[in-house]
Every structure is written in structure tokens, then in C-alpha cells.
Design a protein around this ligand. Structure first.
Ligand code: VG1
Ligand code: CO
Length: 544
């Protein structure tokens, strides 16, 4: 293609967060803002390195014109081919599957994930590499350096010649991968039962077409089981984050008299999931633990057993208990999916999860909302294999309660505080850092005996890379734990996340409401952090 060299101004705020670069859409509309970042990415990868390579491209539908820009830049920077999802759509897990199955060099995903979309809200990009995994820190650090240096954009302006754009079905590769993971016959049989019903809420985001293709066309569920199934650029004005606060349509339905047996929702780019039973919420920390406990028996991909499991540090220890029972190693990584990939590549981890509604496995290198849904349906199908039609069916709640009886229950809650002034949030963390540094084992903090307090630091067991400052944790003598960290996915101000957990083995108390059970610990968190003093806030913005 003919290549134009366009001068540009560097920007100094294009730093990737927990997962990609996210900014208000208005920021991305600034002159050459997107171009600058993508050009910097290509420079960071290396001009010779990207020559002749194939790049995947798609997104959650929040902005299709960005695809044109990225394709021109790919052409101008010497890529030989861009493989783009039809209508510029690709769910994040589908992008990971596409990259892996087609041996692409990498892929750009146009999404700000669970952040709301449209002109008033956020846009973003993620970059994944050839194993389908999110870019590691050392690469995004290099991209950040380049963004502050970029002076010239290389835009390919003729389409043909040695450069090719291939438009593909955004679901085909992903479906093929899932078919290798799950027993589709088992699932088809189960979804065909007249005494089982389900609903999947795509929250007006990218998973609608995927859910229709997989649940309806492949597995025979009735079409009306997919709701809010047409992707819209602003997600119907909603907040595409699958939790009890934002997935209100689904929650209303699952708590109504006509609730189906199973409900699930997914986020903007399809990598998160929430699983519900009738009037029953499955905490994501429990979800991955339950799947781990049943994986070998009901999911063909795990037939040989799990190689190991992993969770992000703030995620509860429910998974650790299953791992211990199965004789497996449970790795504890920093928040964000990028740390799981190297464990999977090295054969150390088959299944992993995060408290933030992320569940996934080594079939790809991203968290995967529909994977979690199919995993749960597999667990249910297996549990009901001998239950004659007409029931009574073993439901989601039965499975979880049985799990708690076996392993005890780890109560878990996350309190998010939106703090408009980021400096105040930094002050809270600085204060807490001081408290952690000064607190010795056995010390009394807010009426509790401390076991340990520290700033989480992680060394990747495979490549030895160390990542520090990943959250302050206070672990008490009774095993309860409070973790504080700042979000790395917001686009304005700061969000302080407070993670609370406490294990309980007393069968009489397993059914308590998690928020109630954790109220005393929440009080400790407020006192310890002096949150109100620093921010004026007393109540969390969102509790999950
Ligand atoms: C949040 C979650 C984290 C997740 C990340 C990306 O990050 O806490 O667990 O991996 O979002 O998810 P943070 O830094 O805001 O806590 V997604 O679905 O937005 O890519
Ligand atoms: Co997401």
C-alpha cells in the first residue's frame, strides 16, 4: 500500500491499566489520540518485528470507526493482513480464541470492557499477543514510553497490493474452541429438558450474538432465553457490568415468581460472567471453586484432571480449599488476567478466576463469560443425569450449598468507593501503607489480632518477573482478611476497592447473608483506613 507519513503530537497520558488503555470517548476523539497510541504500540513491538505479520481486530461494538484507523495503521506499519470480525465485533475471549486458532501475531480489541460506552462514557483498546494473552507489563510499559515520543504516524492509504483485510465470522473460531472443551451432547440433552429453563442477559453488549449462536442454535435453548441480545454502541444506556447492582433486569427476573432455574449475564466485551440460581447469587469466588471441584467429572477438557489452579490475590480462598483437597497447587497472582497466561503456557494452571466476575481456563488466555456459563450448565447436567424429567432438579443453590457443607464457606464482599479526587485516594493508600509497615505479627488492630500485613508483590514462577505494589493486605489471626487496592480500569478520579473475606465452617451459619456476615469486618476496614477522614465517604458506591 501507499504509505503516508503524518506528523502528530505525542500524548503523555496513554498509560495502560489493569487491562488495556481506557479513557473517556471524548479523549479518544482528540486529534490522532487513538492513532498515536496504536502507532506507539507498533513501534514498541518493533518495526521489523511486525512486518509481514497478521493482526486480529474487533471489539464490543462501542465504536466501529476506530477499526478503519487501526487497519490503516496496520497497513502503514507493514502488517501483511488484518483479520477482522464482521461488523468489527469480537468478544475478548473470542479474540483470544481467534488469535490462537489462526496463529495470528496478536490482536487489538476495541473495548473499555465493563465501563459504560458511547460519547459520554468510555472507549479503550486492549492488545493481546500470539498465545491470545493480554500484553504483559513490560510491553505496556514500553508502549507508554513510545506514546510520549511518537512524532509520525504511518498510514496505509491504498487497500490492495500486499496488504489484505479478511473479514471473518466473529463466533466461528470461538465456538470451535468451546466445542473441544465441553460435551455439547450432554449440554444439548440437558437444555432440552422441559423441566429446566434459563435466561442469558447480554446487557446490550457483544455476547448477544455469541449466546444466540451457542445456546440457541447449537444447544437448542429457546430463542427468548437470550435477552438484551443486540449489541448497541452505548449498551442501551446501561452499565454493562454483570453484578447484582448493574444487571438489574436479570436480577428482577431471577427474584420473581416466574424465575427460570438458571440465569447468567456478561459484560461489555464478554469476558465477565455472573451466575444466578432462582433467588440465589453465586459469588464469583465460589463459582470458580465449584467449577474446580466438578471439572474433571463433567467437562471433557479437564478429563485428565486439573494441572493446577490460580486466583488473583484479592479473590477469596475458596478455591485454595478445593485445590488442597484435590492435591493441586493454587497460585496467587496480582489482579488482572495477564498473570495467568505464563502459568498456563508452562502447564501449571488449567482453571482460574477473579472475584470481579472473571472465570476462565487454559483453552484460551482470557477470562471467558460463556465458558463459565457452559461450565455451570455442565455441572448441572451432570448432577441431574439420573434425575427423571419432572424433577426435582438439583439446582444452582443445591450445588453451592453442598459445596459449603464440604469445604466450609468463605464469605466474601467487595466494597468500591468512587473518589473523585485521586489525590485523596492516594492519601488513604499511603496512610494504610504506613499502618501495614508498622504493624507487627500479634499486634492488636481495631480490636483484632493481626497475623500479617504487607503490600502484595508477585514473582512469576516461570519468567521470574516481579510485580510490586499490588494491594495492601491485612490478615488477622482468625483467618479473616481485608485487602485494599486502587482500581486500574477507571477513566476518571479513583476507585478504592476494599475486599473483605472470612471463612466459616459452622454448618448452622453457612446460609447467612454475606453482607451481614462481613459487616464487622467492613467496620474494621473503615477504621483502619480512616476513609471518612481522608475522603468524607462513609458508604461504598457499589458492593459486589
Ligand atoms: C478490574 C478487576 C480485575 C479485572 C479487570 C479487567 O480491574 O478488578 O479483576 O481483571 O477489571 O476486567 P481493577 O484494576 O479496576 O480492579 V475487564 O472485564 O474490565 O477487562
Ligand atoms: Co470485560
Amino acid at each position: 500500500p501507499t504509505i503516508l507519513h503524518i506528523p502528530t503530537q505525542p500524548y503523555d497520558d496513554q498509560k495502560f491499566g489493569t487491562s488495556g488503555l481506557r479513557k473517556p470517548t471524548a479523549t479518544f476523539m482528540r486529534e490522532h489520540y487513538l492513532d498515536n497510541c496504536v502507532q506507539a504500540l507498533f513501534y514498541a513491538l518493533g518495526e521489523e518485528e511486525v512486518r509481514g505479520k497478521s493482526l486480529g481486530l474487533g471489539g464490543d461494538g462501542r465504536c466501529t470507526q476506530a477499526a478503519q484507523t487501526i487497519i490503516r495503521l496496520a497497513a502503514g506499519n507493514g502488517f501483511a493482513r488484518v483479520v477482522v470480525g464482521r461488523d468489527a465485533l469480537l468478544a475478548t475471549p473470542a479474540a483470544s480464541a481467534l488469535i490462537r486458532r489462526r496463529g495470528l501475531y496478536g490482536g487489538i480489541i476495541m473495548t473499555a470492557s465493563h465501563n459504560p460506552g458511547g460519547p459520554e462514557h468510555d472507549f479503550g483498546i486492549k492488545f493481546n499477543r500470539s498465545a491470545g494473552e493480554p500484553a504483559p507489563d513490560h510491553l505496556t510499559d514500553r508502549v507508554f514510553e513510545e506514546t510520549r515520543r511518537v512524532a509520525v504516524l504511518k498510514l496505509g492509504v491504498t487497500r490492495f497490493g500486499s496488504f489484505e483485510v479478511e473479514v471473518v465470522d466473529p463466533a466461528a473460531d470461538y465456538l470451535a474452541v468451546l466445542q473441544e472443551v465441553f460435551d455439547f451432547n450432554l449440554l444439548r440433552g440437558f437444555l432440552g429438558r422441559r423441566d429446566f429453563s434459563l435466561v442469558f442477559d447480554a446487557m446490550h453488549a457483544v455476547t448477544g450474538p455469541y449466546a444466540r449462536r451457542i445456546l440457541v442454535e447449537e444447544l437448542g435453548a429457546p430463542p427468548e432465553c437470550v435477552v438484551n441480545g443486540t449489541p448497541s454502541p452505548d449498551f442501551g444506556g446501561g452499565h454493562p457490568d454483570p453484578n447484582l447492582t448493574h444487571a438489574h433486569d436479570l436480577v428482577g427476573r431471577m427474584w420473581s415468581d416466574s424465575a427460570p432455574d438458571f440465569g447468567a449475564a456478561s459484560d461489555g466485551d464478554g469476558d465477565r460472567n455472573m451466575v444466578l440460581g432462582r433467588r440465589f447469587f453465586v459469588n464469583p469466588c465460589d463459582s470458580v471453586a465449584v467449577i474446580a471441584a466438578h471439572a474433571q467429572a463433567c467437562i471433557p477438557h479437564f478429563r485428565q484432571g486439573l494441572k493446577g489452579v490460580a486466583r488473583s490475590m484479592p479473590t477469596s480462598g475458596a478455591l485454595d480449599r478445593v485445590a488442597a483437597a484435590l492435591g493441586l497447587r493454587c497460585h496467587e497472582t496480582p489482579t488482572g488476567w495477564k498473570y495467568f497466561g505464563s502459568l498456563m503456557d508452562a502447564g501449571l494452571c488449567s482453571l482460574c478466576g477473579e472475584e470481579s466476575f472473571g472465570t476462565g481456563a487454559d483453552h484460551i488466555r482470557e477470562k471467558d463469560g460463556l465458558f463459565a456459563v457452559l461450565a455451570w450448565l455442565s455441572v448441572l447436567a451432570h448432577a441431574n443425569r439420573d434425575v427423571p424429567e419432572g424433577g426435582p432438579l438439583v439446582g444452582v443453590e443445591d450445588i453451592v450449598r453442598q459445596h459449603w457443607l464440604t469445604y466450609g464457606r468463605t464469605f466474601f464482599c467487595r466494597h468500591d468507593y468512587d473518589i473523585p479526587d485521586a489525590a485523596q485516594a492516594a492519601a488513604v493508600m499511603q496512610h494504610l501503607g504506613g499502618v501495614a509497615a508498622g504493624a507487627a505479627e500479634g499486634a492488636e488492630l481495631c480490636g483484632r489480632v493481626l497475623r500479617s500485613a504487607n503490600d502484595f508483590s508477585y514473582t512469576d514462577p516461570v519468567d521470574g518477573a516481579t510485580t510490586s505494589n499490588q494491594g495492601l493486605r491485612f490478615i488477622f489471626a482468625d483467618g479473616s482478611r481485608i485487602v485494599f487496592r486502587l482500581s486500574g480500569t477507571g477513566s476518571r478520579g479513583a476507585t478504592l476497592r476494599v475486599y473483605l473475606e472470612h471463612h466459616c465452617a459452622d454448618p448452622a451459619r453457612l446460609g447467612e447473608d454475606a453482607r451481614e456476615a462481613l459487616r464487622p469486618l467492613a467496620g474494621v476496614a473503615l477504621e483502619l483506613s480512616r476513609l471518612e477522614h481522608f475522603t468524607g465517604l462513609r458508604e461504598p458506591s457499589v458492593v459486589t
